[in-house]
Design a protein. Structure first.
Length: 156
């Protein structure tokens, strides 16, 4: 029988906890710290694995929303126009089949648009870009905080 993903992650946590950590010398404090960090991340992955696809889809949806809002509010010179077109293409291509790749493509296109607006965007676009990003990313940041809140990284 092939172990499922949760069992495999648990096995790695056990190996780190029961075999590797006890054999690290006391003076290897950095190695001990990094092993504990790995264990913590693996435990978080175990706790979140079932909800991860929905979370990642929500991230894609939020990237589409901010990208769409930016594309509608931004104008400027050649670089801005090309960057806006590339962003629109990335959004249009986002069919949810390859969520991570599509999320990354949209975020890369947004970053390119930000740089282009800095180079040749008009002043209204610069203001709209700033306010749109701050407003929409605030909501995304709140979702991310909730995602990690059970692990004590943040106090909501």
């Amino acid at each position: 029988m092939t172990p499922n993903v949760d069992e495999r992650l648990a096995s790695v946590v056990r190996a780190l906890t029961e075999v590797i950590l006890p054999h690290l010398p006391p003076e290897a404090s950095l190695a001990q710290e990094q092993a504990h960090l790995c264990i913590g991340h693996l435990q978080i992955l175990r706790a979140q694995i079932d909800a991860a696809p929905a979370f990642e889809r929500e991230e894609l949806d939020d990237a589409i929303a901010i990208g769409t809002a930016l594309a509608a509010r931004i104008s400027g010179g050649t670089a801005t126009g090309q960057a806006r077109e590339a962003l629109t293409s990335a959004i249009t291509a986002a069919d949810g089949v390859h969520v991570r790749a599509q999320y990354q493509a949209i975020n890369d296109a947004i970053a390119t648009l930000v740089h282009a607006v800095g180079a040749d965007g008009d002043s209204a676009s610069k203001a709209a870009m700033t306010s749109t990003i701050l407003e929409m990313e605030h909501g995304r940041a709140q979702k991310d905080r909730k995602w990690f809140a059970p692990f004590g990284f943040d106090t909501l």
